[in-house]
Ligand binder design. Structure first.
Ligand SMILES: [Zn+2]
Length: 59
């Protein structure tokens, strides 16, 4: 019942929310805007960079 467990991941290329795909135990992200899969590594790096930029602005 808790669907807010994971924050919405954004596309590192276009910034749109990504669709989460889970296949064979691996998690991938698909961007409906770019119409392509984004690797989890890139998505996480982009999210981390975004958070870092935001906290820098607030500081
Ligand atoms: Zn995209």
């Amino acid at each position: 019942m808790s669907d807010s467990q994971n924050p919405v991941m954004l596309c590192p290329d276009c910034g749109k929310p990504l669709e989460e795909l889970v296949a064979c135990g691996a998690r991938d992200y698909f961007c409906n805007s770019c119409n392509e899969l984004k690797s989890k590594t890139r998505v996480r790096e982009a999210a981390a960079a975004l958070l870092a930029a935001q906290s820098k602005e607030n500081h």
